[in-house]
Design a protein around this ligand. Structure first.
Ligand code: DP6
Length: 330
């Protein structure tokens, strides 16, 4: 049940994006964003979205200002549809002004709907006078963007797929300080025009190998969860790379096929594998884009950075440690 507290009308919240170790790709229900399989991720400290929501009786529509620019079109429509869910839960008729800022480097190709809808869920419900539990908040964030449900809890997070709206949410399986893991993001392309995840999820079931990927997901989730809890990097590395390759295999065999990698992505994947064979604790994972997330143990970070700096085609390297939960800012 959603509890109502006194209306605040304005609230500000922040959230981090997350990187999936076991990926979410494909929905059982696109409208509710009920995923085909569970997933596991790590929040990315250092990358932050900060969002203020202000309900205003004078407004005739929702307005969205992203990084100081007034938004229209699809971005506004998606946010406004999400605000309708919040309004319905709070029994509120007012429109809102939503001001949001990312600290992600401009054009890094990392603008993340996960951090955006996690921060928006928290700010919008507070401003609407709702006091949601962490689980209710995570389930709500999921309606805006599936992966956003994983940016509500702290640190290492598992999205329990559930069977309906209320029981599909994410929980923390270990706090940020549990393990000194680092995500070194090699930005290899800043202005890629690719098919967005929402459209990609709709195509997943057209791949003849999606069913096998989904069927095997509980096994991969178990291995990944255990590797995190036992801080077993070698096991984590193998399951994370397998899961990324499986998702991209589904993408490449959908109709129409989706190819997110570019030649530098493949070059980096191969280098990471050979570095691991030499004994460096590193592994790769890629989302719906060509940037390569290289996970490493903190002890390997300076060596990894040194090696990546030798590759001139990498445009930028971002370093992210395990991040905290979505937080309300006073
Ligand atoms: C490849 O959460 O971005 O990053 O629900 O349509 O917003 P929507 O999709 P989104 O999908 C994330 C896909 C992924 C894998 C992952 O993060 O698990």
């Amino acid at each position: 049940m959603f509890k109502k507290s006194s209306p605040a009308s304005v609230a500000t919240a922040m959230a981090h994006p997350n990187i999936a170790f076991i990926k979410y790709w494909g929905n059982r229900d696109d409208e509710l964003r009920l995923p085909a399989n569970g997933s596991i991720s790590m929040n990315l400290e250092g990358l932050t979205t900060r969002t203020t929501v202000r309900f205003d009786p004078k407004l005739k529509n929702d307005t969205l200002i992203l990084n100081k620019k007034l938004q229209g079109g699809n971005a506004l429509q998606r946010v406004s549809a999400f605000m309708d869910i919040v309004r319905q839960k709070a029994n509120l008729k007012l429109f809102a002004e939503i001001v949001t800022e990312n600290n992600f480097p401009a054009g890094s190709g990392l603008a993340s709907s996960a951090a955006a809808f996690a921060a928006l869920s928290l700010a919008a419900t507070k401003a609407a006078g709702l006091n949601l539990s962490r689980q209710e908040l995570s389930a709500l964030a999921r309606r805006g963007s599936g992966s956003a449900c994983r940016s509500i809890p702290a640190g290492f997070v598992e999205w329990l797929p559930g069977s309906e709206d209320e029981d599909s949410y994410a929980i923390s399986i270990a706090p940020p300080n549990h393990w000194e893991l680092v995500d070194c993001i090699a930005v290899v392309e800043t202005d890629h025009k690719s098919v967005g995840s929402t459209e990609g999820h709709r195509l997943a079931a057209t791949s003849p190998i999606q069913a096998a990927r989904v069927e095997d997901a509980p096994r991969r989730l178990d291995i990944c969860r255990r590797a995190i809890l036992q801080k077993d990097f070698d096991t984590l590395a193998q399951i994370v790379e397998l899961d990324s390759n499986l998702m991209h295999a589904v993408m490449m065999t959908s109709s129409p096929p989706l190819f997110y990698w570019n030649p530098l992505s493949i070059d980096l994947m191969k280098r990471v594998q050979s570095w691991r064979n030499e004994g460096l604790p590193v592994c790769y994972t890629l989302d719906a884009g060509p940037n390569v997330h290289i996970l490493c143990l903190n002890e390997a970070l300076s060596e990894l950075k040194f090696r990546l700096h030798q590759i001139p085609a990498i445009e930028q390297i971002l370093i992210c440690r395990p991040g905290g939960p979505a937080t309300l800012l006073e």
